[in-house]
Write a protein that binds this ligand. Structure first.
Ligand code: PXG
Length: 465
């Protein structure tokens, strides 16, 4: 493997990192004290750090390395493309072969008639595009007042000003004066935390019908679109009740609004099918893609757009929007090669038919643990809710995230990347996990939850709110 092995000692790297590097979603001073973990290489589903530890990456980087690390074919394609045409833009009536080939491939893979792509460099940028696209679309149809986009609390749609506004993360809105105007948030379908005594299906219907009520209250003539992740990822892997998506689809069919499925996490095999929209029978007008599109090997995202919407946009004159790196040739070539690997190696079929069912069986057994309130999983994305009182799905008395952090730290110590969101533990591993890898993942996760449980009890924190 081509790794930089003669790097500085870990302590020196950490000091330089603390001196000059501002980390995303991180308390800088706190991290500077303990030092960031330095990742130096990766192969398959394992990371290597600067101290030589081998860490099972059950988050596929940041939900993106679907084909696993270290695929030389991708490096070859990137190098070839860099030599042939490292950059050209797709503005000003030009195009290039990688952008064309990827657009055609995406039109084949993405369900329904979402046959058109507007390229972006990331999921955040793609969602920025979506806001401008849907408003431009309605204006072109003579309805410029249709501007409001309905989203959900605890949704994650990215970190730019517009995407973070679209998202429903209270902690993000609390910084920098968000959200921007004309974004409206309804409640999330989080039965475990908010469902009370209702059945999951009754709760799912109630939450879906909030969309109908919001359209009525805002006025259908003012609402442009509804956006949602098929499964809320960064929100804690919140899998909606079965009743939720069919009801949302019914409402979107009946009302004159566009449906945007944000598939940045769910896309490209994560849920056991190519798209979360396949898994949940969603028929979006626009789909946000990124992450698994290139398995994270190069930055790229995009908005997949239906024939009907694309036609209106095409006939409405200039769409005054675009990024320097829209359809970047190297990223597009890398994405194409990633899709070839996913398809030719039947990775998603293997997930659906073998690995996901195997992982599911073991993951659901975590619910037997005395500190686990529920275990849920769809395809290769799952979560467990930590709880001091399973019967009542009660949260801990400590501030949200306290117990999750203890558990996450045990995972770190046990060479497993399993994240926490509040007091939920989440996984989203590479799709190329083998059965042996699943066993290792479950063994390390169980050990980490056990150790966290002992610590929580010892500190007297095993008490409900
Ligand atoms: N939509 C969804 C559903 C996402 O999960 C984005 C859009 C934005 O994509 P970019 O490429 O701009 O990051 C995301 C990204 C986390 C975490 O803590 C999740 C994401 C990004 C950063 C952190 O789980 N998801």
């Amino acid at each position: 493997m081509n790794m930089i092995t003669n790097h500085l000692p870990t302590k020196e790297l950490q000091a330089l990192d603390a001196a000059h590097h501002i980390h995303p979603f991180t308390a800088g001073a706190e991290l500077a004290k303990k030092g960031a973990r330095v990742i130096t290489g990766a192969r398959g589903v394992y990371l290597t750090d600067s101290d030589g530890n081998r860490i099972l990456d059950a988050m596929a980087g940041l939900w993106c390395v679907n084909i696993g690390y270290g695929r030389d074919e991708i490096a070859e394609v990137a190098a070839r493309q860099m030599r042939e045409l490292p950059y050209y833009n797709t503005f000003f009536q030009t195009t290039h072969v990688p952008a064309i080939a990827l657009a055609k491939k995406l039109a084949e893979l993405v369900p329904g008639d979402l046959n058109h792509v507007f390229y972006a460099g990331s999921g955040s940028e793609a969602n920025d595009t979506n806001i401008r696209l849907v408003r431009h679309y309605w204006a072109a149809r003579g309805k410029p007042e249709k501007k409001v986009i309905i989203s959900r609390k605890n949704a994650y749609h990215g970190s730019t000003v517009a995407a973070a506004s679209l998202g429903g993360m209270a902690a993000m809105h609390a910084q920098g004066g968000l959200p921007i105007p004309d974004i409206h948030h309804i409640d999330e379908p989080n039965w475990y935390a908010q469902g009370g005594d209702q059945s999951p299906d009754a709760f799912g219907l109630e939450r879906a019908r909030q969309l109908e009520r919001a359209i009525d209250e805002l006025g259908e003539d003012r609402v442009a679109a509804f956006i949602a992740e098929p499964i809320q990822g960064a929100g804690g892997v919140i899998i909606p009740p079965d009743s939720y998506w069919p009801e949302i689809q019914r409402i979107c069919d009946e009302r004159e609004i566009l449906l945007i499925a944000d598939e940045v996490i769910c896309g490209f095999g994560r849920t056991g099918n190519w798209f979360g929209s396949d898994t949940f029978s969603i028929r979006p007008d626009i789909m946000t893609i990124a992450k698994g599109l290139s398995s994270g090997y190069a930055p790229i995202g995009g908005s997949m757009v239906s024939d009907a919407v694309a036609q209106v946009i095409a006939e409405a004159g200039d769409f005054n929007h675009g990024y320097t790196y829209s359809g970047h040739p190297v990223s597009a070539a890398v994405a194409l090669e990633n899709l070839r690997i996913l398809e030719e190696e039947a990775i998603i079929d293997t997930v659906r038919d073998d690995i996901a069912p195997y992982l599911r069986e073991k993951w659901l057994q975590l619910a037997d643990h005395p500190m686990v309130g529920e275990a849920r999983i769809v395809g290769m994305v799952g979560s467990v809710a930590l709880s001091p009182d399973k019967a009542n799905r009660a949260p801990f008395a400590t501030p949200p995230g306290t117990i999750g952090t203890i558990c996450r730290d045990r995972c770190f110590a046990n060479n497993l990347v399993m994240r926490h969101v509040g007091d939920r533990m989440i996984i989203s591993p590479p799709l190329v996990l083998t059965r042996d890898d699943v066993d290792t993942l479950i063994e390390r996760a169980t050990r980490s939850i056990d150790e966290a449980y002992e610590q929580v009890k010892r500190k007297g924190l095993f008490t409900p709110a």
